[in-house]
Write a protein that binds this ligand. Structure first.
Ligand code: PLP
Length: 407
Protein backbone atom coordinates (compact mmCIF):
# COMPACT_ATOMS: atom_id res chain seq x y z
CA UNK A 1 0.00 0.00 0.00
CA UNK A 2 1.47 3.40 -0.94
CA UNK A 3 0.85 6.82 0.62
CA UNK A 4 -1.66 7.76 -2.10
CA UNK A 5 -3.81 4.80 -1.21
CA UNK A 6 -3.69 5.73 2.49
CA UNK A 7 -4.80 9.34 1.90
CA UNK A 8 -7.36 8.23 -0.69
CA UNK A 9 -9.54 6.68 2.05
CA UNK A 10 -11.44 9.95 2.34
CA UNK A 11 -13.89 9.15 5.14
CA UNK A 12 -12.43 9.42 8.62
CA UNK A 13 -13.58 6.78 11.03
CA UNK A 14 -14.16 7.61 14.69
CA UNK A 15 -14.20 4.23 16.47
CA UNK A 16 -14.46 5.91 19.86
CA UNK A 17 -18.01 6.92 18.94
CA UNK A 18 -19.08 3.36 18.08
CA UNK A 19 -22.13 2.10 19.99
CA UNK A 20 -20.50 0.01 22.71
CA UNK A 21 -22.94 -1.11 25.38
CA UNK A 22 -23.05 1.17 28.43
CA UNK A 23 -21.81 -1.60 30.69
CA UNK A 24 -18.76 -2.26 28.52
CA UNK A 25 -17.96 1.45 28.54
CA UNK A 26 -18.26 1.51 32.32
CA UNK A 27 -16.01 -1.55 32.89
CA UNK A 28 -13.11 -0.71 35.15
CA UNK A 29 -9.55 -1.82 34.50
CA UNK A 30 -8.23 -4.26 37.07
CA UNK A 31 -6.59 -2.38 39.93
CA UNK A 32 -4.16 -5.26 40.29
CA UNK A 33 -2.98 -4.84 36.69
CA UNK A 34 -2.41 -1.13 37.42
CA UNK A 35 -0.39 -1.95 40.53
CA UNK A 36 1.58 -4.53 38.55
CA UNK A 37 2.55 -1.85 36.03
CA UNK A 38 4.08 0.21 38.86
CA UNK A 39 5.67 -2.94 40.26
CA UNK A 40 7.67 -3.50 37.10
CA UNK A 41 9.67 -0.28 37.63
CA UNK A 42 13.38 -0.85 38.35
CA UNK A 43 14.21 -1.60 41.98
CA UNK A 44 10.58 -2.10 43.05
CA UNK A 45 9.90 -5.44 44.74
CA UNK A 46 6.42 -6.70 44.04
CA UNK A 47 4.41 -8.67 46.54
CA UNK A 48 1.37 -7.68 44.52
CA UNK A 49 0.69 -10.17 41.70
CA UNK A 50 -0.58 -13.70 41.95
CA UNK A 51 2.34 -14.86 39.85
CA UNK A 52 3.93 -18.26 40.35
CA UNK A 53 7.69 -18.25 40.71
CA UNK A 54 9.33 -18.20 37.25
CA UNK A 55 12.13 -20.48 38.53
CA UNK A 56 9.43 -23.11 39.03
CA UNK A 57 8.42 -23.23 35.38
CA UNK A 58 9.71 -26.56 34.01
CA UNK A 59 10.96 -24.94 30.81
CA UNK A 60 13.34 -27.67 29.66
CA UNK A 61 10.68 -30.34 30.10
CA UNK A 62 8.12 -28.18 28.31
CA UNK A 63 10.53 -27.62 25.44
CA UNK A 64 11.03 -31.37 25.08
CA UNK A 65 7.30 -31.92 25.44
CA UNK A 66 6.62 -29.49 22.56
CA UNK A 67 9.00 -31.42 20.30
CA UNK A 68 7.65 -34.81 21.34
CA UNK A 69 4.07 -33.68 20.73
CA UNK A 70 4.80 -32.63 17.17
CA UNK A 71 6.65 -35.90 16.52
CA UNK A 72 3.90 -38.05 17.98
CA UNK A 73 0.68 -36.23 17.13
CA UNK A 74 1.84 -34.43 13.98
CA UNK A 75 -0.77 -32.10 12.48
CA UNK A 76 -3.43 -33.12 15.03
CA UNK A 77 -1.46 -31.14 17.61
CA UNK A 78 -2.02 -27.95 15.62
CA UNK A 79 -5.51 -28.65 14.27
CA UNK A 80 -8.93 -27.54 15.53
CA UNK A 81 -10.05 -29.96 18.21
CA UNK A 82 -13.02 -30.85 20.44
CA UNK A 83 -14.82 -28.17 22.48
CA UNK A 84 -14.67 -30.54 25.45
CA UNK A 85 -10.90 -30.76 25.09
CA UNK A 86 -8.63 -33.50 23.74
CA UNK A 87 -9.83 -36.87 25.09
CA UNK A 88 -6.41 -38.07 26.29
CA UNK A 89 -5.95 -35.02 28.51
CA UNK A 90 -9.52 -35.22 29.84
CA UNK A 91 -8.86 -38.83 30.74
CA UNK A 92 -5.55 -37.97 32.43
CA UNK A 93 -7.25 -35.21 34.46
CA UNK A 94 -10.08 -37.54 35.48
CA UNK A 95 -7.47 -40.02 36.75
CA UNK A 96 -5.67 -37.31 38.72
CA UNK A 97 -8.93 -35.99 40.23
CA UNK A 98 -9.91 -39.53 41.25
CA UNK A 99 -6.51 -40.08 42.86
CA UNK A 100 -6.81 -36.78 44.72
CA UNK A 101 -10.14 -37.83 46.25
CA UNK A 102 -13.06 -37.05 43.92
CA UNK A 103 -14.13 -40.07 41.81
CA UNK A 104 -14.21 -38.63 38.29
CA UNK A 105 -14.83 -39.99 34.78
CA UNK A 106 -13.50 -38.58 31.51
CA UNK A 107 -17.08 -37.46 30.71
CA UNK A 108 -17.03 -35.15 33.75
CA UNK A 109 -14.13 -33.08 32.43
CA UNK A 110 -14.30 -30.10 30.10
CA UNK A 111 -11.02 -28.38 29.29
CA UNK A 112 -11.10 -24.60 29.69
CA UNK A 113 -8.71 -21.79 28.82
CA UNK A 114 -7.55 -21.48 32.43
CA UNK A 115 -9.86 -21.63 35.41
CA UNK A 116 -10.72 -17.99 34.78
CA UNK A 117 -12.69 -19.21 31.78
CA UNK A 118 -14.45 -21.75 34.00
CA UNK A 119 -15.69 -18.86 36.12
CA UNK A 120 -16.74 -16.98 33.01
CA UNK A 121 -18.61 -19.96 31.57
CA UNK A 122 -20.53 -20.35 34.84
CA UNK A 123 -21.51 -16.69 34.73
CA UNK A 124 -22.61 -17.05 31.08
CA UNK A 125 -24.58 -20.17 31.84
CA UNK A 126 -26.39 -18.98 34.96
CA UNK A 127 -26.51 -15.21 35.34
CA UNK A 128 -28.99 -12.75 33.90
CA UNK A 129 -28.47 -9.07 34.78
CA UNK A 130 -29.36 -8.28 38.38
CA UNK A 131 -29.26 -11.87 39.61
CA UNK A 132 -27.37 -12.77 42.76
CA UNK A 133 -24.28 -14.86 43.45
CA UNK A 134 -23.25 -15.89 46.95
CA UNK A 135 -19.55 -15.16 47.51
CA UNK A 136 -17.10 -15.16 50.35
CA UNK A 137 -16.35 -11.74 51.78
CA UNK A 138 -13.63 -11.02 50.58
CA UNK A 139 -13.33 -13.06 47.37
CA UNK A 140 -11.17 -13.43 44.23
CA UNK A 141 -11.21 -10.17 42.32
CA UNK A 142 -10.99 -11.89 38.90
CA UNK A 143 -14.24 -13.70 39.63
CA UNK A 144 -15.89 -10.40 40.51
CA UNK A 145 -14.70 -8.97 37.21
CA UNK A 146 -16.16 -11.91 35.28
CA UNK A 147 -19.43 -11.78 37.22
CA UNK A 148 -19.66 -7.98 36.92
CA UNK A 149 -19.62 -8.35 33.15
CA UNK A 150 -22.93 -10.20 33.44
CA UNK A 151 -24.21 -7.54 35.84
CA UNK A 152 -24.47 -9.92 38.77
CA UNK A 153 -25.21 -8.76 42.29
CA UNK A 154 -23.61 -10.24 45.39
CA UNK A 155 -24.85 -11.81 48.58
CA UNK A 156 -21.68 -11.65 50.65
CA UNK A 157 -20.95 -14.12 53.40
CA UNK A 158 -18.40 -13.34 56.11
CA UNK A 159 -15.46 -15.64 56.82
CA UNK A 160 -13.43 -16.71 59.82
CA UNK A 161 -10.34 -18.92 60.02
CA UNK A 162 -12.47 -21.92 58.91
CA UNK A 163 -13.79 -20.20 55.81
CA UNK A 164 -17.25 -19.02 54.83
CA UNK A 165 -19.70 -18.68 57.76
CA UNK A 166 -22.11 -21.20 56.35
CA UNK A 167 -24.72 -20.28 59.00
CA UNK A 168 -25.36 -17.09 57.03
CA UNK A 169 -25.94 -18.88 53.73
CA UNK A 170 -29.49 -20.11 54.19
CA UNK A 171 -30.79 -16.65 55.11
CA UNK A 172 -28.95 -15.20 52.12
CA UNK A 173 -30.58 -17.78 49.84
CA UNK A 174 -34.06 -16.95 51.16
CA UNK A 175 -33.46 -13.23 50.79
CA UNK A 176 -31.62 -13.02 47.45
CA UNK A 177 -32.58 -16.20 45.55
CA UNK A 178 -29.01 -16.57 44.24
CA UNK A 179 -28.22 -18.54 41.09
CA UNK A 180 -24.74 -19.66 42.21
CA UNK A 181 -22.57 -20.12 45.25
CA UNK A 182 -18.98 -19.19 44.34
CA UNK A 183 -16.18 -20.18 46.69
CA UNK A 184 -12.41 -20.53 46.69
CA UNK A 185 -12.58 -22.99 49.54
CA UNK A 186 -8.93 -24.10 49.65
CA UNK A 187 -6.07 -21.63 50.30
CA UNK A 188 -8.33 -18.83 49.22
CA UNK A 189 -7.28 -15.93 47.10
CA UNK A 190 -6.98 -13.42 48.77
CA UNK A 191 -6.87 -14.65 52.39
CA UNK A 192 -5.12 -18.02 52.18
CA UNK A 193 -7.90 -19.50 54.36
CA UNK A 194 -9.22 -23.06 53.86
CA UNK A 195 -12.84 -23.95 54.62
CA UNK A 196 -13.15 -26.79 57.12
CA UNK A 197 -14.61 -30.09 55.97
CA UNK A 198 -17.52 -29.65 58.37
CA UNK A 199 -18.43 -26.31 56.78
CA UNK A 200 -18.09 -27.79 53.31
CA UNK A 201 -20.53 -30.55 54.22
CA UNK A 202 -22.97 -28.02 55.65
CA UNK A 203 -22.70 -25.84 52.54
CA UNK A 204 -23.31 -28.80 50.23
CA UNK A 205 -26.39 -29.74 52.25
CA UNK A 206 -27.88 -26.26 51.93
CA UNK A 207 -26.99 -25.99 48.24
CA UNK A 208 -28.68 -29.32 47.49
CA UNK A 209 -31.75 -28.36 49.56
CA UNK A 210 -32.25 -25.19 47.50
CA UNK A 211 -31.04 -26.59 44.16
CA UNK A 212 -28.18 -24.12 43.73
CA UNK A 213 -24.81 -25.12 42.23
CA UNK A 214 -21.62 -24.61 44.22
CA UNK A 215 -18.75 -23.42 42.02
CA UNK A 216 -15.55 -24.37 43.84
CA UNK A 217 -12.65 -22.54 42.25
CA UNK A 218 -9.61 -24.57 43.27
CA UNK A 219 -6.36 -23.43 41.65
CA UNK A 220 -4.24 -23.92 44.79
CA UNK A 221 -5.53 -27.17 46.31
CA UNK A 222 -2.44 -29.23 45.45
CA UNK A 223 -0.05 -26.69 46.95
CA UNK A 224 -0.22 -27.60 50.65
CA UNK A 225 3.00 -27.07 52.60
CA UNK A 226 1.75 -27.24 56.19
CA UNK A 227 -1.09 -28.74 58.23
CA UNK A 228 -3.37 -31.66 57.50
CA UNK A 229 -5.13 -32.54 54.25
CA UNK A 230 -8.74 -31.30 54.12
CA UNK A 231 -11.23 -32.95 51.75
CA UNK A 232 -12.17 -30.66 48.86
CA UNK A 233 -15.67 -29.39 48.15
CA UNK A 234 -15.87 -31.79 45.18
CA UNK A 235 -14.77 -34.70 47.40
CA UNK A 236 -17.61 -34.04 49.83
CA UNK A 237 -20.22 -32.68 47.41
CA UNK A 238 -19.89 -34.79 44.22
CA UNK A 239 -22.47 -33.71 41.65
CA UNK A 240 -23.57 -30.78 43.85
CA UNK A 241 -20.31 -29.10 42.94
CA UNK A 242 -18.79 -27.68 39.76
CA UNK A 243 -15.09 -27.65 40.52
CA UNK A 244 -12.61 -25.59 38.53
CA UNK A 245 -9.00 -26.67 38.22
CA UNK A 246 -5.96 -25.32 36.41
CA UNK A 247 -2.39 -26.10 35.41
CA UNK A 248 -1.49 -22.43 35.91
CA UNK A 249 -0.05 -22.84 39.39
CA UNK A 250 1.39 -26.34 39.01
CA UNK A 251 2.95 -25.98 35.54
CA UNK A 252 2.74 -22.48 34.05
CA UNK A 253 -0.11 -19.97 33.59
CA UNK A 254 0.88 -18.92 30.08
CA UNK A 255 -0.18 -22.30 28.70
CA UNK A 256 -3.78 -21.30 29.56
CA UNK A 257 -5.17 -24.75 30.29
CA UNK A 258 -7.62 -25.50 33.06
CA UNK A 259 -10.66 -27.69 33.49
CA UNK A 260 -14.18 -27.91 34.80
CA UNK A 261 -15.26 -31.06 36.64
CA UNK A 262 -19.03 -31.36 36.79
CA UNK A 263 -21.91 -33.80 36.50
CA UNK A 264 -22.05 -35.61 33.15
CA UNK A 265 -25.79 -34.78 33.11
CA UNK A 266 -25.12 -31.10 32.45
CA UNK A 267 -21.67 -30.97 30.92
CA UNK A 268 -23.12 -30.91 27.39
CA UNK A 269 -24.63 -27.51 28.25
CA UNK A 270 -21.21 -26.21 29.19
CA UNK A 271 -19.78 -27.72 26.02
CA UNK A 272 -22.13 -25.51 24.02
CA UNK A 273 -21.34 -22.44 26.10
CA UNK A 274 -17.62 -23.12 25.66
CA UNK A 275 -18.11 -23.52 21.91
CA UNK A 276 -19.76 -20.09 21.73
CA UNK A 277 -16.89 -18.57 23.72
CA UNK A 278 -13.83 -19.81 21.81
CA UNK A 279 -14.57 -23.16 20.06
CA UNK A 280 -12.00 -25.00 22.20
CA UNK A 281 -8.91 -24.52 24.35
CA UNK A 282 -5.43 -24.35 22.79
CA UNK A 283 -4.89 -27.75 21.14
CA UNK A 284 -1.10 -27.60 21.21
CA UNK A 285 -0.70 -26.73 24.89
CA UNK A 286 -3.29 -29.39 25.78
CA UNK A 287 -1.09 -31.98 24.07
CA UNK A 288 2.03 -30.58 25.73
CA UNK A 289 0.43 -30.86 29.13
CA UNK A 290 -0.88 -34.34 28.37
CA UNK A 291 2.66 -35.39 27.46
CA UNK A 292 4.07 -33.83 30.64
CA UNK A 293 1.45 -35.47 32.88
CA UNK A 294 1.76 -38.87 31.18
CA UNK A 295 5.55 -38.91 31.63
CA UNK A 296 5.13 -38.65 35.42
CA UNK A 297 7.02 -35.34 35.43
CA UNK A 298 4.12 -33.31 36.81
CA UNK A 299 3.76 -35.65 39.79
CA UNK A 300 7.48 -35.23 40.49
CA UNK A 301 7.38 -31.44 40.02
CA UNK A 302 4.57 -30.57 42.44
CA UNK A 303 6.60 -31.47 45.59
CA UNK A 304 9.35 -29.12 44.32
CA UNK A 305 6.86 -26.25 44.06
CA UNK A 306 5.51 -27.04 47.52
CA UNK A 307 9.00 -26.96 48.98
CA UNK A 308 9.84 -23.69 47.24
CA UNK A 309 6.66 -21.84 48.26
CA UNK A 310 6.59 -23.33 51.75
CA UNK A 311 10.09 -21.98 52.43
CA UNK A 312 9.13 -18.55 51.07
CA UNK A 313 5.96 -18.44 53.15
CA UNK A 314 7.95 -19.36 56.29
CA UNK A 315 10.49 -16.66 55.54
CA UNK A 316 7.82 -14.04 54.96
CA UNK A 317 6.07 -14.88 58.24
CA UNK A 318 9.40 -14.75 60.11
CA UNK A 319 10.28 -11.37 58.61
CA UNK A 320 6.81 -10.02 59.37
CA UNK A 321 7.20 -11.01 63.04
CA UNK A 322 10.50 -9.16 63.06
CA UNK A 323 9.57 -5.97 61.18
CA UNK A 324 5.84 -5.34 61.49
CA UNK A 325 4.44 -3.16 64.29
CA UNK A 326 1.96 -4.39 66.92
CA UNK A 327 -1.71 -3.81 66.11
CA UNK A 328 -1.80 -5.80 62.86
CA UNK A 329 -3.04 -9.33 62.32
CA UNK A 330 -2.40 -11.71 59.46
CA UNK A 331 -3.30 -15.18 58.25
CA UNK A 332 -0.79 -18.04 58.28
CA UNK A 333 -1.87 -20.01 55.20
CA UNK A 334 -1.06 -23.69 54.97
CA UNK A 335 -0.79 -23.55 51.17
CA UNK A 336 -1.36 -21.44 48.10
CA UNK A 337 0.27 -18.14 47.20
CA UNK A 338 -1.08 -15.45 49.50
CA UNK A 339 -1.43 -14.14 53.00
CA UNK A 340 -3.78 -11.44 54.18
CA UNK A 341 -3.18 -8.60 56.58
CA UNK A 342 -5.64 -6.57 58.61
CA UNK A 343 -4.49 -3.13 59.67
CA UNK A 344 -6.16 -1.10 62.40
CA UNK A 345 -9.64 0.00 61.25
CA UNK A 346 -8.62 3.64 60.89
CA UNK A 347 -5.82 2.84 58.42
CA UNK A 348 -6.18 2.78 54.66
CA UNK A 349 -4.06 0.30 52.72
CA UNK A 350 -4.81 2.13 49.47
CA UNK A 351 -3.60 5.47 50.88
CA UNK A 352 -0.50 3.72 52.15
CA UNK A 353 0.45 2.28 48.76
CA UNK A 354 2.09 5.43 47.28
CA UNK A 355 4.29 5.59 50.41
CA UNK A 356 5.20 1.93 49.96
CA UNK A 357 6.02 2.58 46.29
CA UNK A 358 8.38 5.38 47.44
CA UNK A 359 10.10 2.71 49.53
CA UNK A 360 10.13 0.43 46.46
CA UNK A 361 7.71 -2.25 47.56
CA UNK A 362 4.19 -3.00 46.32
CA UNK A 363 1.24 -5.05 47.53
CA UNK A 364 -2.42 -5.22 46.60
CA UNK A 365 -4.73 -3.28 48.90
CA UNK A 366 -7.76 -5.23 49.93
CA UNK A 367 -10.88 -3.35 48.96
CA UNK A 368 -11.20 -4.65 45.35
CA UNK A 369 -11.71 -8.12 46.85
CA UNK A 370 -14.84 -6.95 48.67
CA UNK A 371 -17.84 -6.80 46.34
CA UNK A 372 -19.13 -3.76 48.26
CA UNK A 373 -15.75 -1.97 48.05
CA UNK A 374 -15.19 -1.94 51.83
CA UNK A 375 -12.20 -3.46 53.64
CA UNK A 376 -9.71 -0.70 52.89
CA UNK A 377 -7.78 -1.60 56.05
CA UNK A 378 -6.65 -4.88 54.47
CA UNK A 379 -3.88 -5.93 52.10
CA UNK A 380 -2.80 -9.09 50.26
CA UNK A 381 0.80 -10.21 50.03
CA UNK A 382 2.08 -12.79 47.55
CA UNK A 383 5.00 -14.96 48.65
CA UNK A 384 5.54 -17.18 45.58
CA UNK A 385 7.04 -14.78 43.08
CA UNK A 386 9.84 -12.89 44.84
CA UNK A 387 13.21 -14.45 45.76
CA UNK A 388 14.22 -15.02 49.41
CA UNK A 389 16.43 -11.96 49.34
CA UNK A 390 13.64 -9.84 47.86
CA UNK A 391 11.11 -11.11 50.41
CA UNK A 392 13.36 -10.11 53.32
CA UNK A 393 14.00 -6.68 51.84
CA UNK A 394 10.36 -6.11 50.87
CA UNK A 395 9.06 -6.95 54.33
CA UNK A 396 11.65 -4.72 55.97
CA UNK A 397 10.59 -1.85 53.67
CA UNK A 398 6.90 -2.46 54.23
CA UNK A 399 7.47 -2.71 57.98
CA UNK A 400 9.08 0.74 57.92
CA UNK A 401 6.10 2.23 56.04
CA UNK A 402 3.64 0.59 58.40
CA UNK A 403 5.48 1.74 61.54
CA UNK A 404 5.65 5.33 60.27
CA UNK A 405 1.91 5.37 59.59
CA UNK A 406 0.39 3.56 62.58
CA UNK A 407 -2.40 5.58 64.24
C1 PLP B 1 -8.99 -18.03 42.76
C2 PLP B 1 -8.50 -17.95 41.36
N1 PLP B 1 -9.27 -18.42 40.37
C3 PLP B 1 -8.85 -18.37 39.10
C4 PLP B 1 -7.64 -17.83 38.75
C5 PLP B 1 -7.25 -17.79 37.30
O1 PLP B 1 -6.35 -18.78 37.01
P1 PLP B 1 -6.10 -19.35 35.54
O2 PLP B 1 -4.72 -18.95 35.19
O3 PLP B 1 -6.26 -20.82 35.68
O4 PLP B 1 -7.13 -18.77 34.64
C6 PLP B 1 -6.80 -17.32 39.74
C7 PLP B 1 -5.51 -16.73 39.38
O5 PLP B 1 -4.80 -16.16 40.13
C8 PLP B 1 -7.24 -17.39 41.08
O6 PLP B 1 -6.49 -16.93 42.09
Amino acid sequence: MNDDMLTASAVKADPEKWPFTPHVISLETSIIREILKISSKPGVISLAGGYPSPEMFPLEDLKQSAIDVIDEFQSASAQYSFSMGIPVLREAIAERETKLGAPTKTENILITSGSQQGIELCARAFIDPGEYIITEYPTYVGALQAFDFYQAQYAMVDMDQDGMLVDQVEDAIKKYKPKLIYTVSTFQNPTGITMSEERKRALVEIAVKYGIPIVDDNPYGELRFAGEHVATMKDVGGDAVISLGTFSKIIAPGLRVGWMNCSDKIIALFEKVKQCADLHANTFTQYMIYNYVRSGKLAAHIPEIIENYGAKRNLMLKEMDKHFPAGLSWTKPEGGLFLWIELPKSMSASELLPKAIEEKVTYVYGHPFFPDGKGDNTMRLNFSNASHEQISLAIERLGKVLKENMP
